[in-house]
Design a protein around this ligand. Structure first.
Ligand code: FAD
Length: 405
């Protein structure tokens, strides 16, 4: 028996191994990962870890002893370079080949590079791995002014930390609002206002044309001729799925490794999970989506582990996500974009508000800002398929919890 080989020791790869053991799988499980060390969680990298509130040990998904106890072999620092599908063998950069009965691709995603002159100067950072977080954290301790390129989740989380530390920070965004692809216009406005109150400056509709500096970054140049002075630049302009291994093995790739509703590729011996996959989603009327979140990685891994241990079922888990930005805890349940109607519930004065997003008559998703109870109710509503009407959702007297039970 060759067992199950997993490429990727991130959130999805780790969970697959853990869930296989929970499901009673007794064969060999080997996790191959390019990053050194044991699996760790990325969310704190732009939150507690960047603030110095937790250390590297605090990021570990499990202590070292867990992997031995559960007979999960983790091969960190090893890159998989090719899949021989006919021979069921995974080739590593070292020249070694691992035989598998089933292969699970959990290769995640990588930072989208900033395609402008000067993007490789010292002082320019991206944030995906622990190593990058360490580099950014050290630079933050020395920085006098910060520019963040991209008003996405990671950019905003980092901007909030800079503002908390009293550093002047400017967020440069090509679109007209923050989180334009991720949250409703109303929610984006609330988030922007909170950051602005904390001192963060926003430049919307601004294209970056280059990074100015000789040996290290001095400023970010904009296409309209302006310059934003900064000795630390964080580029957070999204990620690209790591689907090259699948592509070169002849598997279908469509904004990530294309899997079916069971998270299987067209090769019955290969599945794929997490950030690297695009999946037809019942929460998007069957459209293919690629989701970058801990929930998607964890629930996808559980779904594949169940199938590989004889309990197959489609991947229907409700997507959910969170982001902590200074005083803001944003939680999203469901897939809110696109929507054609949004109504609010909560207290606009205190800033604790949920936005209920509808496609047609149906609730598509709920964005909650500092309203964690609404988020939990929203997840239950979406999982059960029960949809309050927009009038009910915005009526503070309507008992949403009772509807969700
Ligand atoms: P990853 O965790 O990226 O793991 C993939 C692993 O595969 C990597 O270690 C990679 O090196 C390895 N790999 C790739 N190719 C190969 C190869 N050929 N050979 C060997 N190894 C390979 N999500 C949330 O829900 N909430 C949050 O608040 C949140 N905050 C985040 C903050 C940061 C800074 C980042 C970077 C992400 C955050 N996320 C958050 C997203 C979340 O961490 C990811 O969606 C999740 O890690 C995806 O898990 P994954 O296993 O699919 O991919």
């Amino acid at each position: 028996m060759n067992g199950i080989v997993v490429v990727g020791t991130g959130q999805a790869g780790f969970q697959l191994g853990a869930s296989l053991r929970e499901s009673g799988y007794a064969g060999p499980v080997t996790l191959v990962g390019e990053e050194p060390g044991l699996p760790y969680g990325r969310p704190p990298l732009s939150k507690a870890y960047m603030l110095g509130k937790t250390d590297a040990a605090g990021l570990a998904l499990r202590p070292e002893a867990y992997f031995a106890e559960h007979r999960l072999t983790v091969r960190g620092g090893e890159r998989a370079v090719a899949i021989d599908r006919a021979a069921h063998r995974l080739h590593l950069a070292s020249g070694e080949a691992l035989a598998y009965d089933h292969l699970v691709l959990a290769t995640g995603s990588r930072n989208r590079p900033l395609p402008v002159p000067g993007a490789d100067l010292a002082g320019i950072h991206q944030l995906r791995t622990l190593a990058e977080a360490d580099g950014l954290k050290a630079a933050l301790a020395e920085a006098r002014s910060v520019a963040v390129v991209g008003a996405g989740f990671i950019g905003l989380e980092f901007a909030a930390i800079c503002a908390q530390k009293g550093l002047p920070v400017t967020v440069i965004e090509g679109l007209e609002r923050p989180l334009a692809r991720s949250v409703s216009a109303g929610m984006a406005a609330r988030i922007e206002a909170s950051h602005a109150r904390a001192g963060t400056r926003f430049l919307f509709g601004s294209a970056v044309s280059g990074i100015v500096g000789t040996d290290r970054a001095r400023a970010v140049a904009l296409a309209d001729g302006r310059e934003v002075a900064a000795d630390l630049v964080l580029v957070g302009i999204g990620v690209l799925p790591n689907d090259d291994l699948a592509l070169s093995a002849g598997l279908r790739v469509e904004n990530g490794i294309a899997v079916d509703a069971m998270l299987a590729t067209e090769d019955p011996a290969i599945s794929a999970i997490g950030d690297c996959t695009s999946v037809p989603s019942p929460h998007a009327a069957g459209a293919r989506v690629r989701i970058e979140s801990v929930q998607n990685a964890v629930d996808g891994a559980r779904c594949v582990a169940a199938r590989l241990t004889g309990r197959p079922s489609a991947f229907t888990a409700v997507p959910w996500f969170w982001s902590d930005q200074g005083p803001l805890k944003l939680q999203i349940a469901g897939l809110c974009q696109p929507h054609d109607r949004a109504v609010s519930r909560g207290d606009p004065e205190s800033g604790a508000v949920s936005v209920f997003c509808y496609r047609g008559e149906r609730l598509a998703g709920v964005e909650s800002l500092n309203r964690p109870a609404d988020h939990m109710i929203a997840r239950r509503l979406l999982q059960s398929g029960r949809s309050p009407t927009p009038d009910e959702a915005q009526d503070p007297g309507f008992d949403l919890k009772a509807l969700a039970l």
